[in-house]
Design a binder for this molecule. Structure first.
Ligand code: PAF
Length: 307
């Protein structure tokens, strides 16, 4: 794969997108429709999960832009923001290898020229639950920067436009989908399945902070999710209590939340309502030592249990 072009300003990005789409031709890869642009927003410190996002974008679009920007607006802790790994050189290499054509890596002054914005996108009530409960304002910060990134990369000429986000951050994905629908963003939001290590642990930039004992203990999270999924797909009612009990067998794991929710609204499903009749999502967060991990797994009703 060739080294992607790195753009530092929104003006340079717009020009590079226009040029790349023009080079893709007037009719796009299928010879009928306008060319397609895929955007993959990231904060860098990239791992296999990010690679899967870029590969998904590469498979479906003529031009792929990845952004690398550590967004101060979504950090509620100054130390966390300071400590966040900045590894642009390695990130650009991974992005190029995975198939990105362009990398947008703006400075903070480029994205927030007047300092923290007075007007932000509000994540509302959906942003105050689960991950939002312990991080007030986090999802407003995420939505605000994603709105800006979608604007920066938006093609000026007729083109299909898609943006890619990991299903691992299920609440973030649900909120970005809502923002795009509620505020009429001209981009399709694509969710890319969670990438897991061989032991089942969901890929996360935080996994490097787990020592071997904590890492082993952390695998109980995916085991509990898969046990739940297995039950549900066999037609049994989702037994959340049994899944929670399994997690609690690991003394090193401190569960924050574990719920079965509607995938779009993240409203918890009423307990004890029999076998699933529509798709749901099992969602959890836990602390293992000093590391907080999240994970989730879709639950599909067994064949014949649908509405
Ligand atoms: O998921 C992330 O890495 C970030 O929240 C995102 C979507 C790039 C916005 O900063």
């Amino acid at each position: 794969m060739s080294t992607p072009l790195v753009l530092r300003t929104a003006a340079d990005l717009r020009a590079a997108v226009a040029e790349a789409l023009a080079a893709a031709g007037g009719t796009g890869r299928d010879g009928v429709q306008p060319p397609a642009l895929g955007l993959v927003p990231t904060m860098g410190a990239l791992h296999h999960g990010h690679r899967a996002l870029v590969e998904a974008a590469r498979a479906e679009n003529d031009v792929v832009v990845a952004s690398v920007f550590v967004n101060p607006l979504q950090f509620d802790d100054e130390d966390d923001l300071r400590r966040y790994p900045r590894t642009l050189e390695a990130d650009v290499e991974l992005l190029g290898d995975a198939g990105a054509d362009l990398v947008f890596a703006p400075s903070e002054a480029e994205v927030y020229p007047d300092g923290p914005p007075l007007v932000r996108v509000s994540a509302g009530e959906l942003g105050a639950r689960y991950e939002g409960a312990s991080r007030p304002g986090h999802f407003d910060g995420v939505l605000t920067v994603v709105a800006k990134l979608l604007h920066y990369a938006q093609p000026a000429r007729p083109a299909r436009y898609r943006a890619y986000f990991g299903q691992k951050d299920a609440q973030q994905l649900a909120l970005i989908r809502r923002m795009a629908a509620d505020l009429n963003f001209p981009a399709d939001i694509v969710g890319v399945p969670v990438v897991r290590a061989a032991d089942g642990l969901a890929e996360s930039s935080r996994n490097v902070f787990l020592d071997p004992e904590h890492r082993r203990a952390a695998t109980v999270l995916s085991r509990a999710l898969f046990a739940l999924q297995h039950r549900v797909s066999a037609g049994a009612p989702p037994d959340l209590a049994a899944a929670v009990a399994l997690v609690k067998t690991e003394a090193l794991v401190e569960l924050d939340y574990f719920d079965i929710v509607d995938p779009q609204t993240l409203q918890p499903l009423p307990a004890g309502s029999g076998p699933l009749r529509k798709p749901a999502l099992a969602l959890l967060a836990a602390r293992i030592g000093s590391v907080r991990l999240i994970d989730n797994l879709p639950l599909a009703p067994a064949a014949g249990e649908g509405p």
